[in-house]
Design a protein around this ligand. Structure first.
Ligand code: HEM
Length: 555
């Protein structure tokens, strides 16, 4: 009989307890070793990734590449974040995205590379299939989204039109009407009622009405005193916002969302429908108008009418869809760019009142040269309308707008794709299919390009003996360069100078105290929270003071 209490049994049981204990200890030790090993690998990977960051600009993590740094960058000011990396990497770095994404690209701010890709090797760096695919739903085959023949044909026609006297007359007349009949009354009303207004919103309405008149010959009436919501304008804005989202997600993700009509893709579909309906209606009406003999004599000179009179390679009139693409592209090109540039300009002026004073002094000096104003007597500045030749003479204002665009370019980054293996002048090797981002915002903040004072707002850097001197398009890339240089550059300067001078002569634009100012992540560099301002009527005596100062130097 076994005595359960026998010492032998006790011994046996204590032995198995001991074994359990030892095996538990061993397991624990194994666990510890696994944890230690895991920690060692983690430390090694971290040190390796961070070390790579020293050479490559950012830490490179297994599988994720540089994505964690990008996510951190997106949470602060993305453009400043890119500029910091570029500064550390002497102007060019290779962004390594996660292995499952399409985010791999070369980012550069080196003017030598810019000249190479925009001019010298233009044909090797088209917009490319990735960009065209991502933008196709909104821009179709319009000029912004086209390469090769399709682009060349539109560029040639639009270029002839943009340089024609008839077109220049249309743009100056429509601008004059919009500034004097809409913009100034809206600002005057706000000033009289002492209410703050979002200047960015007002300027967007101004340029939207203007570009619709130029592209379609149709006035959408956005800048009405009640500031109404225009369905077409709203649809257009929503469509651009939803399109941008495609650039920050892997292609397969937005394509799946599009297939199932989800999230931003659902919003994009609805808003594009709104844009298309408006454009279709305009084209239908114009076709009807042109088919009537009497109306033919009306001689419209907007872009839509010009393209309607042309034919494709087969001698056929352009399809409605293609005409629609042309108009939508011109609206995108001409609307946001000038208005956001003016918004940053007025914000910078508010921080630099001495520069505002110099602009006012220049304006007064120029109008003081009018025959009827030689004695320095301006009866009522409210009535004054600037003449085109006066706008041309405003060199200091031109320099100040260029300086604002250098620091806050309306298109902060742009994109190309390499279609043949190549090497940048700085030695970066480019394989066929590589995406290239050129960081226009960062270029304005590089000491190597603009000197130690590159972050300061200094219009004087653009002047020689008081005259405006332009810079190389590969150093100042706000308007792009080479064969795809902005077609509307001259018109944009005229529009910005006319609107800015008309406002500055009448009002001091004061940004509301503590109004938050930050750039928005979008195709164009909007101010994220708009620009809330108060308008203070300029004292006539202030203008008289400048009018009476003869031969005052502005430098
Ligand atoms: C401050 C104002 C403006 C700025 C900063 C600006 C900037 C630019 C930039 C950077 C591009 C190159 C975009 C690209 O290819 O990805 C461009 C192209 C273009 N811009 Fe402007 N733009 C301005 C105003 C305008 C205006 C008012 C119009 C016309 C009404 C216009 C018409 C165009 C057109 C048609 C193109 C396409 C050129 C091509 O691809 O051949 N722009 N602009």
């Amino acid at each position: 009989m076994i005595n359960l209490n026998s010492p032998t049994m006790n011994f046996t049981s204590s032995t198995s307890d001991g074994e359990d204990f030892i095996s538990r200890q061993l397991f624990f030790l194994k666990d510890l070793q696994i944890i230690e090993l895991f920690l060692a690998v983690l430390v090694f990977v971290t040190i390796h990734s961070l070390r790579q960051g020293k050479h490559q600009g950012l830490p490179v993590w297994p599988f994720l590449g540089m994505l964690p740094s990008l996510v951190a960058g997106l949470r602060c000011n993305m453009y400043e974040w890119i500029s910091d990396v570029l500064r550390r990497q002497n102007g060019t770095f290779i962004f390594k995205g996660p292995w499952f994404s399409s985010l791999q690209c070369v980012v550069t701010s080196d003017p030598r590379n810019l000249e190479h890709l925009l001019k010298t090797k233009f044909s090797v760096f088209p917009k490319g299939p990735y960009f065209r695919d991502t933008m196709r739903d909104l821009l179709g085959d319009g000029i912004f989204n086209a390469d090769d023949e399709t682009w060349q044909r539109q560029r040639k026609t639009a270029s002839i039109e943009f340089h024609s006297a008839k077109f220049r007359q249309l743009t100056t007349e429509s601008l004059l009407e919009l500034v004097h009949k809409r913009l100034l009354p809206v600002l005057e009303k706000a000033m009289k009622n002492s209410i703050s207004v979002d200047l960015q919103d007002i300027l967007l309405r101004l340029t939207f009405d203007n570009v619709c008149m130029i592209a379609f010959g149709v006035d959408p009436g956005c800048l009405h005193p009640d500031l109404p919501e225009i369905p077409f304008a709203k649809a257009f804005e929503d469509a651009t916002e939803a399109t941008v989202m495609r650039f920050v997600m892997p292609t397969c993700v937005w394509k799946t969302m599009k297939f199932f009509n989800l999230g931003t893709e659902k919003k994009l579909k609805t808003s594009i429908k709104g844009v298309d309906e408006f454009a279709e209606e305009v084209i239908r009406t114009r076709k009807k108008e042109l088919s009537l003999k009497e109306q033919n004599k009306k001689q419209r000179s907007d872009l839509l009418t010009v393209f309607m009179g042309l034919t494709d390679e087969q001698g056929q009139p352009f399809s409605n869809k293609f005409l629609q693409d042309i108009c939508v592209n011109f609206i995108l090109a001409g609307r946001d760019t000038s208005s956001v540039a003016l918004s940053w300009f007025f914000w910078l002026l508010n921080k630099n009142p001495d520069i505002e004073e110099k602009i006012l002094s220049e304006i007064c000096k120029i109008i003081g040269e009018r025959g009827d104003m030689r004695n320095g007597d301006l009866k009522n500045s409210n009535e004054l309308i600037f003449r085109p030749e006066e706008i041309k003479k405003m060199d200091y204002l031109h320099a100040s707008l260029s300086e604002a665009l250098r620091l806050y370019p309306s298109v902060p980054v742009d994109h190309k794709e390499v279609v043949e293996d190549d090497i940048f002048p700085d030695g970066t090797v480019l394989k066929k299919g590589t995406k290239v981002i050129y960081a226009i915002y960062s270029m304005g903040r590089m000491e190597a390009i603009w000197g130690k004072d590159c972050r300061e707002f200094k219009p004087e850097r653009w002047l020689r003996d008081g005259r405006f001197m332009s810079e190389s398009a590969y150093k100042f890339t706000a308007f792009n360069g080479g064969p795809r240089l902005c077609l509307g550059k001259d018109f944009a300067y005229y529009q910005m100078k006319f609107a800015a001078a008309s406002i500055i002569l009448r009002y001091k634009v004061e940004v509301v105290k503590n109004h938050p100012v930050a750039p928005k992540l979008a195709l164009t560099m909007y101010m994220k929270h708009g620009l809330k301002v108060n308008l203070i009527k300029r004292d006539e005596s202030e203008i008289q003071k400048f009018l009476k100062v003869k031969n005052q130097s502005i430098n």
